[in-house]
Write a protein of this length. Structure first.
Length: 142
């Protein structure tokens, strides 16, 4: 509901009752607001995030897709759900190409055009990225 505050620690698993409402938690509804999507991503529950991404009613902007990969960088279910989305921004495709398994990377390449390799060294991409991300990026392009 518009204006409701959703705290990640109060976000129930899919199919579980919402505290005090009698409603059942779901992410495959129309529409999922950015605030709700952000709270679900912040919960860190991979099943919830994968369900959110698989739901066609969730219009996840680039920042939320990148937040999914920051929060759950090695979860294959999240990667698969993201790859199955109709459109992905180039920055998300590039990050997925670095994080996904070989099998999922092949699926990604078949569904979404891969951006060209960066011209700069991975360490120059910015201090806001976790250390594992820079190390993984360095290994991908050498």
């Amino acid at each position: 509901m518009p204006g409701d505050v959703v705290r990640p620690e109060e976000t129930p698993a899919i199919g579980q009752p919402l505290a005090g409402t009698g409603a059942v938690a779901q992410t495959d509804r129309d529409p999922v607001s950015d605030r709700l999507a952000e709270a679900l991503i912040e919960s860190g529950d991979a099943e919830v995030v994968a369900t959110l991404l698989a739901g066609r009613s969730a219009e996840c902007p680039e920042r939320l897709l990148l937040a999914c990969l920051d929060r759950l960088p090695h979860d294959e279910a999240v990667h698969e759900a993201m790859i199955a989305r109709e459109l992905l921004p180039p920055s998300v495709v590039q990050r997925l190409a670095m994080l996904a398994s070989d099998r999922l990377r092949a699926q990604l390449a078949a569904c979404h055009p891969l951006p060209p390799a960066p011209e700069r060294e991975p360490g120059e991409l910015g201090p806001d990225r976790p250390r594992w991300w820079s190390q993984h990026l360095a290994g991908m392009f050498r």
